[in-house]
Design a protein around this ligand. Sequence first.
Ligand SMILES: Nc1ncnc2c1ncn2[C@@H]1O[C@H](COP(=O)(O)OP(=O)(O)OP(=O)(O)O)[C@@H](O)[C@H]1O
Ligand SMILES: [Mg+2]
Length: 502
Amino acid sequence: MAERLRVEHLMKKYPGVVAVNDVSFSLNDGEVLALLGENGAGKSTLSKMICGVEKPNSGCIFLCGEEAHLNSALDAMNRGVAMVHQELSMVGEMSVAENVFINRQPVDFLGNIRWKELFENTRNLLKSFQLDIDPHTLVKRLPVGVQQLLEIIRAVSMGCKLIILDEPTSSLADDQIQLMFANIRRLREQGYSFIYITHKLDEVMTIADRVIVMRDGCMVGEKSVNNITVNEIITLMVGREIKQLFGEEPADRTISEDYAFEVRDLSAKELYHDVNFGVHGGEIVGIAGLIGAGRTEMALGIIHAHKRTGTILKNGKVCRIDSTTDAVKNGIAYVTEDRKGNGLYLDYSISQNLLVMQLEALSNGLGMLKKSKINAYATKQVEDFRISTPSIHQTLGNLSGGNQQKCLLATWMGIEPDIFIIDEPTRGIDVGAKAEIYQMLKNLAEKGKAVVVISSELPELLGICDRIVVMSGGTVTGEVKKEAFSENAVMDLAMRANRTSY
Ligand SMILES: Nc1ncnc2c1ncn2[C@@H]1O[C@H](COP(=O)(O)OP(=O)(O)OP(=O)(O)O)[C@@H](O)[C@H]1O
Ligand SMILES: [Mg+2]
């Protein structure tokens, strides 16, 4: 097998952090290499150097045996390397074909775009990726999974033979993941190489040939997938064994007799209808369902992020929520699944973000913020949530994806709401941090809070919840109690249109 990529002693420093420290490895044609490590370990930074987005401070990159000094992403693409980033980069308002051939549309001798050829070429590419979509479709109309595939298609059509995927499946539905894997396998057969970054370790076992593990910027292990188990990977990643992934059951958690929180007849035109469920104090209730079942919309409805009808009750009393601010005032927190879109202020510092919800608690009688209090609070949250950062004043956008997610949690948990609704709590989060987050949710329940967890990861719901409410087609189709927990019981309801109970 020919060598596609070799990196030697790569190093990248940012102020206060050595993000990548003396990393060397190689990758052959037709090989899928999983790049693993905790949040902030340096995976994205390493990849960005290989695809020309970041310049190393020292070290060398060789492509097909030749040393490459990459000046930009385009430069790397011209040498056959493309990266699909954690955040997608398609232009929603343009068609599939225009996106795939962006900046390299076929033109005639006058420079006019040959539209027919553009769409025809795209149609053929889509077909080879088993995608049955019209190349005229606007990209924003397509599910994330398909957009992700389009990024791969674009790379392939540009002649890139090394494709780096940074957490490609973190927001994909199961069937989309399968489609992506089928395409990766097919391309691997044809000699394409992949660097595959993920926190989903079961995926590593099915798709990768070899793994390398990073910790604190250094490479701490390299193994063929045949010679390593998931547990060994975890130990390499976090430097310790994780015994209780789903957290320890708190010693004295009591679940209240009555509902602490109840949703009655919640409906919003075309989004969801007649949603009813309740959560006891001290209880963790999961909301399961397939993508498009209306779970996130329904949660947004609870905090009145859009127009809806229905009633919210807290401790048996009707709770008037006419705006998201009302929700916070009533002790109801909704932690968004979309941290980039409406959760965090990426241009502001960690401490400013942590503070957003705390302005009253941390100000003096005159409404002035006390710096010492702010710093002490931010430092404590950063420690408690193990946010890896050189300082509380670091700009949030500079943190690794997983650490941004931890900040989002820290911001909301900081206000100690009575009702805690959390949407996809562990997306992009490493195994060690996952265990910590589950423990935090259990501790919230121990304090008598009502916790609602929306998640597409069934094992997560089965592992931490007391009860799972299932939605399908915009309404609740039933619920599964802990005694009856199984993937089948939940999936059965998730695919059903009528109301039933287990
Ligand atoms: N532009 C930047 N400026 C300053 N520090 C940065 C910058 N980009 C990354 N870092 C830091 O470099 C380290 C490695 O970050 P990186 O994003 O590579 O981690 P990662 O392994 O991809 O993590 P995750 O799993 O959370 O995505 C982190 O400590 C991060 O805060
Ligand atoms: Mg990353």
